[in-house]
Ligand binder design. Sequence first.
Ligand SMILES: [Zn+2]
Length: 72
Amino acid sequence: MGTDNGKAIDPGKCPLCGQGNACASAANEPPGACWCAGEKFPPGLFDLLPPGTRNKACICQACLKAYAARRI
Ligand SMILES: [Zn+2]
């Protein structure tokens, strides 16, 4: 109850940039169907997430690529 400071977390949006993350599980598809199933997520990427958003919404492919390419 009220643990998210009133901010609704949209599981279909990237917590870093706010764009759609194209997450399969947010679209009620099997998690294995998601694009992220074939990607590697560097542990440091999750350190960039605002507190309370971890495991709530997926990071989008653009942010994953940006992090991998030039470490945002
Ligand atoms: Zn993003």
